[in-house]
Ligand binder design. Structure first.
Ligand code: ADP
Length: 365
């Protein structure tokens, strides 16, 4: 039969083996800093052998960090993941993460301490590389947006001129032109109109987030009323039935949220099915600190294979000859939602309608 002593011995040997095989530096020490134990991970990390360490002061080995550690231990303070830079004996600077805990005697008094050091140099280097790359990316994104904004701005005037003069030419000289020449002028006029719509959408898209974003409590019912007023003509013409349930207050910007829901409602009407009256429902479901606002339609829907693509710039699933548009509306919705710290998703099925789910932070007051 195995005695209790044997079990305890076995456990101690197991624990010692675990400590010894760890690549982390595991050290135990007295309250005055005298090192009691030092595993091979510590030997590798600090470059001192076990023999040259035992009995020496912790300060000699890890330098000035020692005082804070001993001080914390005496006060039975648990210290987790403290980060500091350490100079190795061969002159390298490494990042260490340190967790320290007190070891208590049978009377419950702190008698010694244990420290685990982990070399996090590679993680820190990867972190700073990631930060540098994301800063570069943000900078080049900003430059690209600036470029798009300027280009779109500068294009407006010549495109408007093309549209105006092609119309003037047809109006003034129409009778002198043959049918084909008149048709060519119509093509120019229509192309100028489409180009103008794209330019306007690019400008609207670039405008999102150009100004400093300040979030305030916004009543979404007011947003939806304002949107319905803005698109009342389309609602009347399409005979769309829109139901808006009570919506919460979210934290955001009234103007951007109006643009967001205007795009979603206009799409719900635009991509309606020919066989039924368009029925659109807007309702909310709370989930933690977020409000899920759902815009549901009974329109033509689409395959879920395209559920990511539709939020990208200029991506369209339906032909322009049938449904006018530039493919920027949902990209702008995504940009607005992300500016608010939220997310936008969609559930849809071809022929069965779509459900756009906008998750936004709920206003705190
Ligand atoms: P646009 O409507 O100008 O084409 P959007 O970015 O608003 O651009 O939408 C991208 C594409 O997603 C649309 O071209 C359409 O194919 C699809 N889509 C958007 N909303 C709906 C909807 N409610 N029902 C079906 N398809 C939709």
């Amino acid at each position: 039969m195995t005695s209790l002593n044997e079990v305890s011995d076995y456990r101690s040997r197991q624990l010692a083996a675990i400590v010894e095989s760890s690549t982390d530096a595991i050290i135990s020490f007295m309250l005055d800093g005298t090192v009691i134990s030092w595993n091979s991970g510590a030997q590798q990390l600090f470059g001192y052998s076990i023999e040259s360490t035992i009995g020496k002061g912790l300060r000699q080995i890890i330098g000035s960090e020692c005082d804070a550690i001993l001080d914390g231990i005496k006060r039975d303070k648990k210290m987790d993941n403290l980060e500091f830079i350490h100079a190795t004996p061969d002159g390298r600077l490494i990042y260490l993460s340190l967790s320290v805990s007190a070891i208590k005697d049978e009377e419950g008094l702190v008698s010694s301490g244990a420290a685990i050091f982990r070399d996090i140099t590679q993680m820190k280097q990867a972190e700073s590389e990631l930060l540098r790359t994301s800063q570069q990316l943000a900078q080049s994104n900003k430059e690209l947006e600036e470029f798009a904004w300027i280009a779109a701005h500068d294009l407006k005037e010549p495109v408007r001129t093309m549209g105006t003069y092609s119309r003037l030419l047809k109006d003034e000289y129409g009778p002198e032109l043959d049918e084909q020449a008149q048709q060519f002028l119509d093509f120019i006029h229509s192309a100028a109109g489409k180009a103008m719509a794209r330019i306007d959408d690019v400008l609207k898209f670039s405008a999102v987030g150009r100004e400093k974003f300040i979030a305030v409590p916004v009543n979404l019912n007011e947003v939806l009323s304002s949107v319905q007023e803005d698109i009342q003509l389309v609602i009347r013409e399409s005979k769309a039935e829109i139901t808006v349930e009570p919506l919460p207050k979210v934290s955001g910007n009234f103007h951007y949220l109006t643009q967001l829901f205007q795009n979603l409602l206009a799409n719900a009407i635009k991509y309606r099915s020919e066989s039924t009256t368009p029925k659109i429902k807007v309702y909310a479901e709370k989930e933690g600190g977020l409000a899920n606002i759902i815009v549901q339609d009974n329109g033509i829907g689409f395959s879920m294979e395209d559920s990511t693509r539709i939020f990208r710039m200029f991506q369209r699933l339906h032909p322009e000859t049938r449904y006018a548009g530039t493919g920027l509306g949902l990209a702008m919705c995504k940009k607005i939602v992300e500016l608010h710290g939220g997310i936008i998703n969609v559930e849809s099925e071809e022929g069965k309608g779509s459900k756009f789910i906008v998750s936004l932070p709920v206003a705190s007051k």
